[in-house]
Write a protein that binds this ligand. Structure first.
Ligand SMILES: Nc1nc(=O)c2c([nH]1)NC[C@@H]1CN(c3ccc(C(=O)N[C@@H](CCC(=O)O)C(=O)O)cc3)CN21
Ligand SMILES: CC(C)C(=O)C(=O)O
Ligand SMILES: [Mg+2]
Length: 304
């Protein structure tokens, strides 16, 4: 059966969702059911992402660099850092299919380097597939990884790892030439065996068009509603990220407000002495035991 499970209603326990596999993705794609993907970076965000029965894919994105580690861009993130976080994500993930970004510099040197590092992500990072940025130029890498048995999601359109050579984060595919290049890249990556292609920051017309031209699902971020699925950075959608908000981000919650006000209330309660409460938030000792302790302290000469 290909019917999507319904969201649990508040009075019912959540229905455990069957593990999402590449077959599940194909079924969703064939049924034109929009695929839901979200990033996660550690155990609690993986639990959060897994808490909805409707989450299909979890991405350990290299956005980890900015969102969790405070780097100015994704470019200085190391493979070891991705692996460390991916392992934590694996411990918190239930049904969703998992993907990790191959970070900048971990796959461009040679096909051999890419295979070595993708294998590390699978074995040590415990992810089920990898994603890598790039067009036709990375097709030989995609082909080899797929041959080895590592499913690959490609990533075209805006490629944040190229933000320096592109002079910033800019919408891609806005001209005839760049739109044509995007379609050609997408077809080449599909031929190389990618199971899906992520399309970032392109005009909605092009997002829908590339989706129509492919026989594998597209996952869009800033590519309009015409892609096979959508992805957002978890902190962007939860409103817990205070950095730049791209046009494509919708806030589905405002966690930063709730979180910061909680921190401030705590600090205030410490400052004014109202935390901790001596009754409900403290431990007690039997009073006779306490008296015997004080007597022993007097005998030691530590108390007069
Ligand atoms: N928190 C977060 N969310 C993301 O989506 C994200 C990251 N971090 N880090 C890695 C990359 C970087 N990404 C970005 C970063 C900036 C824009 C951006 O500023 N876009 C402009 C487009 C301007 C134009 O060309 O018209 C915008 O205003 O939306 C888009 C994607 C997506 N990724
Ligand atoms: C924004 C998504 C697509 C990503 O690649 C990331 O989180 O690194
Ligand atoms: Mg990324």
């Amino acid at each position: 059966m290909s019917v999507r499970p319904q969201p649990p209603n508040a009075n019912q326990p959540p229905i455990p969702r069957k593990k999402v596999t590449l077959n599940t993705l194909n079924t969703l794609y064939k049924n034109k059911t929009p695929i839901s993907m979200v990033t996660a970076y550690d155990y609690p965000t993986a639990l959060a992402a897994s808490s909805s029965i409707l989450t299909d894919l979890i991405l350990v994105g290299d956005s980890l660099a900015q969102v969790c580690l405070g780097y100015p861009s994704t470019n200085e993130l190391t493979l070891d850092e991705v692996i460390h976080h991916a392992r934590a994500v694996a411990r918190g993930t239930t049904h969703p299919f998992t993907i990790a970004d191959m970070p900048f510099g971990s796959y461009h040197i040679s096909v051999e380097q890419a295979v070595t590092n993708a294998i590390r992500l699978v074995k040590e990072g415990r992810v089920e597939s990898v994603k890598l940025e790039g067009g036709a130029e990375v097709a030989p890498i995609v082909r080899k990884l797929v041959e080895v048995g590592i499913p690959v999601m490609s990533h075209i359109g805006l490629q944040p790892q190229k933000h320096i050579s592109l002079s910033g984060y800019k919408v891609q595919g806005k001209t005839v030439e760049s739109a044509r290049k995007l379609i050609e890249d997408a077809l080449t990556l599909q031929d190389a065996g990618a199971y899906s292609t992520l399309v970032e920051a392109v005009p909605k017309e092009l997002g829908a068009y590339v989706t129509e031209k492919l026989r594998i699902p597209t996952i869009g971020i800033g590519a309009g509603p015409g892609t096979s699925g959508q992805v957002l950075v978890i902190d962007d959608l939860l409103g817990s990220w205070s950095g730049h908000k791209a046009k494509f981000v919708r806030r589905f919650a405002n966690l930063k407000e709730v979180r910061d006000s909680g921190i401030h209330s705590y600090a205030e309660a410490v400052r004014d002495g109202s935390f901790p409460n001596p009754e409900s938030e403290s431990y007690t000792m039997d009073s006779e035991e306490w008296e015997r302790f004080l007597a022993s302290e007097r005998r030691e000469g530590r108390l007069s």
